[in-house]
Design a protein around this ligand. Structure first.
Ligand code: COA
Length: 570
């Protein structure tokens, strides 16, 4: 079928659904929801047999839903309606939640139901639930709905006809309903409220007596203080006491500002706080916030890096490089780089770079520092002569993050993961992280060029099929971790481990003799210097819009196939 995806943005859910439908032979084109007239035009051009709306912020025009079946993906159980579905479920601590695929009608979220899927709701950030449980359930429900539509004999169920409806109409959750009371709320309540607002809009509160929105909260098991007092800092986060413990706040957004690491947004205030350092890189035995953590299991070392949104600033890259250099000295045969739960890495930290320009410093200089720090980290990984390295992607990865992963000997991705191994969407950025070394070596020159040019997301299955990755591992996060442990132990125990290490060293030496890594880096950085400091400001403009979340004013041509020159309905 020709299926038009109508969406507010090409977010990971839209990417996943588009890729899954395309893999099943459907012809997919994408249009951003910009204005009713633009949607009508897209429908007229593409003449879709079905319209799917994975992520919309407003209603589909009647001119469209009255003539075409439009399937809306709603992140709530059947009967649930309203724009804050997940927020209410998380804040109220419900145990089970779901996704419903329903048909657009005049009343929002109240149309006939085509399919639904449920999941146990963990205590986790809204953004994390959206990227994991919701995406998984949405994929299952949408594929079922599309199949039912295609069969032509399925009658979608009107809400009123359902025997038992647990969901109901809920209003937009306002800040008043999210409000924190530091003199009363225990840590669990504070965490739940901030989790329910994570990603967007955050919880309106204050730090150091200045208003801000809070995001990215983590529990603390040991440290305590006067309820409400900010009592310590560690790297990018600050610690605030509750009535029964304390909670780490990782990110904040100040009025008219952008979302930033808390210790950067409140630089001078945070600097005056006592430090609460951890003892080296080993995973702390106590419950706390630890962005880089090392564990060991017999001959396998595990390096976790839980960076918010997968963004890696210069300082984070430098610390991770130090941790990796330290881990390489451990007596292990295999080193697994686990990244974070939701993201493995999304490359340089665009918000921290943008903040440099807002503070009167140079965004170009900060970009330059950041890409060099990413490259140093990538080089540290490429130069690991004594261990087999594995990048294990439990979460998505984009841009430079994909090529940091590709610097490992093996890349294993969880089956639900999406990869975006390209840079051009960020204002024609050329990219670095030694991609000109690692990508053509894996895929060949032509395939490498087309990956960069076409800028399409890769599912884990597709990434394996084109040999960008080495394995596609089934299961959810915990199952992935168990399977990675099994495979890593097997690698470490293999009788030919010494031969593998010798072959790896030899290959690296051969490659170095043919063309030194320094030469790849110099060539890439020459291009990046032009992106950062040159006459064409595209990268700075694109970064500004990305960080400030400017609404899209058109759909990129590589997504809107129906707008390609010469497009005709087949
Ligand atoms: N720097 C800073 N923030 C980043 C980031 C980066 N490199 N990559 C993603 N983010 C943030 C987004 O702004 C968003 O912030 P929010 O919490 O305020 O909503 C959050 O991470 C999630 O991003 P989103 O785009 O919603 O996630 P997604 O899973 O739907 O899409 C990508 C993933 C990778 C396709 C998309 O985030 C992207 O294009 N990132 C930029 C990658 C890049 O160009 N890096 C620089 C070159 S190396």
């Amino acid at each position: 079928m020709r299926i038009l995806l109508l969406t507010h943005a090409f977010n990971s859910l839209t990417q996943r659904l588009g890729a899954e439908l395309a893999q099943r032979g459907h012809e997919i084109s994408i249009e951003f929801d910009i204005a009713d007239s633009v949607t009508e035009e897209a429908v007229a051009l593409f003449r879709p047999q079905l319209i799917v709306a994975p992520y919309l912020r407003r209603a589909i025009p009647e001119s469209v839903w009255s003539r075409h079946v439009c399937l809306i993906v709603h992140p709530g159980i059947p009967g649930d309606r309203g724009p804050s579905a997940l927020d209410w479920a998380i804040q109220e601590g419900v145990c089970h939640w779901g996704v419903t695929v329903l048909q657009a009608e005049a009343e929002m979220d109240a149309g006939p139901i085509w399919a639904s899927a449920n999941f146990p709701l963990p205590l986790a950030k809204k953004s994390s639930v959206y990227r994991n449980q919701v995406t998984q359930a949405a994929t299952a429900a949408l594929l079922q709905a599309v199949q039912r539509f295609e069969s032509g004999d399925f009658l979608a169920q009107a809400l009123a006809s359902l025997a038992e409806v647990q969901g109901r109409l809920r209003p937009l959750m306002k800040q008043a309903q999210r409000q924190l009371d530091w003199q009363r709320d225990d840590s669990a309540t504070v965490l739940r409220k901030i989790h329910a607002a994570d990603g967007f809009p955050g919880v309106a509160d204050s730090l150091f007596e200045q208003p801000c929105h809070l995001f990215d909260a983590w529990p603390e098991g040991l440290l305590r203080g006067e309820p409400g007092a900010v009592i310590a800092r560690r790297e990018t986060a600050v610690l605030r006491a509750t009535v029964d413990g304390a909670v780490w706040i990782g990110h904040v957004k100040r009025p008219d500002g952008i979302k930033l690491p808390a210790a950067l947004a409140f630089g001078s205030e945070a600097a005056a706080l006592p430090q609460a350092p951890l003892d080296g890189w080993w995973r702390s035995a106590a419950t706390t916030w630890q962005d880089i953590a090392y564990e060991e299991d017999a001959a396998v070392g595990w390096l976790h890096f839980e960076f918010y949104n997968g963004a890696m600033s210069s300082a984070q890259c430098q610390r991770l490089q130090a941790a990796l250099a330290w881990a390489k000295q451990r007596p292990v045969r295999v080193l697994v780089l686990m990244g974070g739960r939701d993201f493995w890495s999304n490359g340089i930290h665009l918000n921290v770079i943008e903040a440099a320009s807002l503070n009167g410093a140079s965004a170009a200089d900060e970009s330059w520092r950041n890409i060099n720090a990413m490259n140093d980290l990538t080089l540290e990984l490429l130069s690991t002569p004594n261990q087999i390295t594995v990048a294990a992607l439990s979460g998505n990865s984009g841009a430079g993050g994909c090529f940091l992963a590709r610097a490992a000997d093996q890349v294993w991705a969880r089956e639900a993961v999406l990869l975006n191994p390209h840079y051009k969407n960020m204002g024609n950025l050329y990219g670095s992280e030694y991609w000109t070394y690692s990508l053509p070596r894996r895929l060949g020159e032509d395939a490498a060029k087309s990956i960069m040019r076409e800028r399409q997301p890769l599912t884990a299955q597709r990434a394996l099929a084109i040999a960008f990755t080495d394995a596609c591992v089934p299961g959810d996060g915990p199952a992935f971790r168990r399977e990675v442990a099994r495979r890593a132990a097997q690698l470490a125990e293999q009788a030919d481990w010494n031969d593998r290490i010798a072959a790896k060293r030899e290959r690296r030496e051969r490659d170095e003799a043919a063309k030194p890594l320094a030469a790849y880096r110099a060539e890439e950085l020459a291009q990046m210097r032009r992106n950062f400091y040159g006459f064409d400001p595209s990268y700075h403009v694109a970064r500004h819009h990305f960080v400030h979340k400017s609404p899209a004013s058109w759909t990129p041509r590589h997504l809107a196939r129906h707008r390609e020159l010469g497009w005709v309905v087949p």
